[in-house]
Design a protein. Structure first.
Length: 184
């Protein structure tokens, strides 16, 4: 399209018009470029599930490699520890470790437990006894150590530390080795 410019004002209007177009299309192209970059990055890491002619499920990777779905699931279970969570139950002063379906795994302790708690990965159990002692035991029942001052009413895991409530109403935060962190 050819425009006839009649004044300096017309030149300024045309310059503003074209600058606006340049800016508009400039933003559109930047947006399109960013979108393409994100899409290509996401598609690089994508994987596809497929079925072979023999009927086996496989995972196809963008680099052309593949793995059997069964093998991927086994690796996932090993890496993330998909072992079922167990439950602690106190029965006549003994701590029972039970599966989530209620089946007894084993009984641990000396028969004088009043409270028990698993640590995060269920490898250790903290047991509060009638005598006010706090015991740390492995999941197989082996005593690791006794901690506290003998005046505990309950003990619970908080991350890697143990919070012990005492008969005086105070709470002691202790390391797994028994060292006192603070009392509040």
């Amino acid at each position: 399209m050819i425009q006839v410019v009649q004044s300096d004002e017309d030149v300024q209007i045309i310059e503003r018009h074209y600058k606006g177009i340049k800016l508009y299309y400039g933003y559109k192209s930047i947006t399109l470029l960013v979108f393409c970059f994100i899409f290509s990055a996401l598609s690089t890491y994508s994987q596809t599930e497929a079925t072979t002619v023999e009927g086996k499920k496989v995972i196809l990777y963008p680099d052309g490699t593949w793995k059997a779905l069964e093998e991927v699931n086994k690796t996932h279970k090993k890496s993330y520890g998909d072992k079922p969570m167990n439950i602690l139950k106190i029965n006549n002063g003994k701590v029972e470790i039970r599966k989530d379906n209620g089946a007894l795994v084993r009984t641990i302790g000396n028969g004088d437990a009043i409270a028990a708690d698993f640590n995060r990965d269920q490898t250790l159990v903290v047991i509060t006894t009638v005598k006010g002692k706090v015991e740390i035991r492995k999941e197989n029942g082996v005593l690791v150590r006794s901690i506290g001052n003998g005046d505990a009413t309950s003990a619970k895991w908080y991350g890697d530390e143990i919070a012990i409530t005492t008969t005086k109403g105070k709470t002691e935060l202790r390391k797994e080795n028994g060292a006192l962190i603070r009392t509040f």
